[in-house]
Design a protein around this ligand. Structure first.
Ligand code: PLP
Length: 488
């Protein structure tokens, strides 16, 4: 069924390029059980027990299903402390598909970010990027740097249909270079795709131009290659010049414009744990290996078991198959289309790894200071047991210098699809619940903190409803002190 030109088949329906061999039963819960569970979790979906969740769309990180070939590879783990054969297989695979010379395994993506930030960023430096990512920015800040967002303005507009909404605004980047000087910019952090912007891709032209601009000023370019395969897919289907080019070739071309990458293997690489730092520069790689032995493990395992490196190497090979990535992104698009057809406000166009519901437009009666996306995620769980996550003011945290709450333009609930885990029927149940909530959105109120952790607060923060005790009020319940709704 694969279409060599990369277009979606227009008439024939199509399905996943795999069948199910092992199943994991799900617990069905009642609304009463879910009300209790979300209150105990402080209205933070991160604090729910997974066994109380019906359809888990919290993240696509480490939640994918491995293939039989990957599981077979797990049995071939060489658990030697040094020089495991699985490391050499991983190294060769990364070289083949990502094209970088040095491969340094880490326990997951943030391990690679930590090492790169520590060896490259110095006090007072600026690190530009096409939107921030939570752990990436924090590691840059902890190393003494300051993140500067130079993504195009369209990325901050949930309704803008730009096909490559993750693109870098070259003028913004030029202005930064003019202002602070290239010497204060250790590298450019290029996200492929942009997670916080809704899984939006970067075009090949923009990658090339960004790379040229940086390299002309002696600034290195490092990819956050976490979802670079999904970015390659979007380039194939959205850029006519690439319709006949394979995912493998596009991925290699993307990487050819960079000096290295950080990778969370838990996403595109189809494993439950793992990551790597890949670099072309010999000296930098040597420094990175010095660091990895302190924080992660020997440079030939970096915090991963041999079997996990084997699974990741095999996952990388599977991840670049066109039929795989089309089914993966296709399922995300299916859920997004169902919501769009029902009039639910979602980020457009639908991105690669999830559907992002625009919580500001969904709950206009909840001010951003009362965390509408956090509230909507909690209400969705109560309604149907579907778990999403907040990507808005709670995730954005406080400004590193002023200590004020950041109030980002995008206030989103992310429904992230694990790879190869759920069926179309699960997507239908999810869509029905969200459409239902859309019809009764007046009954959802805002939240306020009862506990706010210092770092990456969205993971462990606790809240209470601003009105009454329930996040999603019953139809007949009185609305204590309710503000008048502006929604209809
Ligand atoms: C998940 C992720 C990371 C961090 O990787 P971990 O494996 O979770 O440590 C970095 N960047 C992006 C874009 C991610 O999605």
């Amino acid at each position: 069924m694969s279409e060599p030109d990369g277009k979606q088949p227009s008439r024939r329906s199509w399905a996943e390029p795999y069948k199910i061999k092992v199943v994991e039963p799900l617990k069905m819960t009642t609304p009463e059980q879910r009300r209790r569970a979300i209150a105990e979790a402080g209205f933070n979906t991160f604090l729910l027990r997974s066994e109380d969740v019906y359809i888990d769309l919290l993240t696509d990180s480490g939640t994918g299903a491995m293939s039989d070939n990957q599981w077979a590879g797990m049995m071939l783990g060489d658990e030697a402390y040094a020089g495991s054969r699985n490391f050499y297989n991983l190294e060769a695979t990364v070289r083949e598909y990502y094209g970088f010379r040095h491969v340094i395994p880490t326990h997951q993506g943030r391990g690679a970010e930590h090492i790169l930030s520590q060896i490259a960023v110095h006090d007072g430096d600026f690190v530009p990027g096409n939107m921030y990512f939570t752990t990436t920015r924090l590691h840059q800040e902890l190393a003494g740097g300051q993140f500067v967002d130079v993504v195009i303005d369209e990325a901050h507009d949930p309704e803008n249909e730009h096909p490559f909404k993750g693109n870098v605004d070259l003028d913004k980047l030029k202005r930064l270079i003019d202002k602070v000087g290239a010497k204060r910019i250790p590298y450019f952090c290029l996200h492929t795709t942009v997670n916080m912007g809704g899984g939006q891709p970067v075009s090949m032209d923009n990658i090339r131009e960004t790379s040229h601009l940086c390299h002309n000023h002696g600034i290195r370019v490092f990819l956050d290659a976490t979802r670079a395969v999904e970015n390659a897919y979007f380039i194939k289907v959205r850029d006519a010049a690439f319709h006949d080019v394979s995912i493998v070739a596009i991925l290699l071309q993307i990487c050819s414009f960079a000096d290295g990458c950080t990778m969370s293997g838990k996403k595109d690489c189809l494993v439950n744990i793992g990551g790597f730092l890949a670099l072309n520069d010999d000296d930098l790689a040597d420094e990175a290996r010095n660091m990895v032995v302190i924080y992660e493990g020997l440079h030939t395992y970096g915090g991963m078991a041999g079997r996990d490196m084997e699974a990741m190497a095999r996952g990388i090979v599977e991840s670049v198959q066109f039929d795989h990535v089309r089914a993966r992104v296709g399922q995300v698009e299916y859920l997004g289309e169902r919501l769009i057809q029902a009039g639910v406000p979602v980020m457009r166009p639908v991105g690669g790894h999830g559907v992002f519901v625009d919580a500001k437009a969904f709950l206009p009666h909840v001010p951003q200071s009362q965390f509408p996306a956090q509230a909507l995620a909690a209400a969705l769980y109560v309604d149907s047991g579907v778990r999403g996550m907040e990507r808005g003011a709670v995730s954005a945290g406080r400004d590193a210098i002023t200590g004020e709450n950041r109030l980002p333009k995008l206030e989103l609930v992310r429904l992230t699809l694990p790879r190869r885990v759920y069926t179309q029927a699960h997507m239908d149940v999810t869509a029905e619940s969200i459409v239902d909530l859309w019809d009764k959105r007046d009954r959802i109120c805002g939240l306020e903190f009862t506990y706010e952790p210092k770092y990456l607060r969205f993971f462990r923060a606790r809240f209470k409803p601003t009105i009454g005790a329930e996040i999603l009020r019953d139809q007949d319940a009185p609305t204590p002190g309710a503000q008048p709704s502006t929604t209809r």
